[in-house]
Design a protein around this ligand. Structure first.
Ligand code: NAD
Length: 181
């Protein structure tokens, strides 16, 4: 896929890997919606990107991806603002085993619901033009993990990949880019 002129939605885009992905997409000529639950980091990120790229190339959306209604609204805002969606990066994630239910909600459930929303907007079967969905995971999902991460969450993401795979078979499909800690 040529990235130039495409519209991307990146969750957890205010910092870290998500921000780097957003920046890389902008360098390639895409427009990027920066979705993050940290208002301060999101505003700071958008301001920094505005110094490098035209301000209208990015849109910051303050959203907790584990809030289904807010996530749905975020997709709607992206299409209202940019007119379409071509690339979805479900990157937002946390490492907080003390609040494991919220962690699973963010790291697993939101990835599944985000993927379905991506299909709603991009699937050719739904009148869209197709696209790419990238679901971020971890090496912990595919092998031995001796860190403090509760393996269930990350392994859940591996499961997500297999749940989503049949749905995405008509797409250019990328999943589980691994990042070593
Ligand atoms: N960095 C690593 O070594 C590593 C290893 C394994 C997996 N990962 C995965 O890669 C992804 C990115 O990691 P990172 O290191 O850049 O993390 P990070 O903590 O630096 O950045 C995560 C971003 O996601 C945002 N975020 C978290 N929960 C959110 C929510 N509910 N709604 C919206 N935004 C939310 C945060 O505000 C932050 O901006 C995560 O999914 C993480 O699990 C990273």
């Amino acid at each position: 896929m040529h990235v130039n002129g495409k519209v991307a939605l990146v969750t957890g885009a205010a910092q870290g890997i998500g921000r780097a992905i957003a920046e890389a997409l902008l360098h390639k000529g895409a427009k990027v919606a920066l979705v993050d639950w940290s208002y301060e980091a999101g505003v700071e990120c958008k301001a920094a990107l505005d110094e490098q790229f035209e301000p209208q190339k990015t849109l910051f959306i303050h959203c907790d991806v584990s809030d289904q209604e807010k996530l749905r609204d975020a997709f709607r805002k992206v299409v209202d603002y940019f007119g379409k969606l071509d690339i979805l990066v479900n990157n937002a994630g946390v490492n907080n085993e003390k609040n494991w239910e919220k962690m699973l909600q963010i790291n697993l459930v939101s990835v599944i619901s985000g993927t379905y929303l991506g299909l709603d907007y991009m699937s050719k079967q739904n009148g869209g033009e197709g696209g790419i969905i990238v679901n971020m995971s971890s090496l912990a999902a595919i092998g031995s993990n001796t860190t403090d991460w509760p393996e269930c969450g990350e392994q859940g993401l591996a499961t997500t990949a297999s749940v989503c795979e049949p749905l995405l078979s008509s797409y250019n499909y990328v999943t589980k880019p691994s990042v070593e800690s």
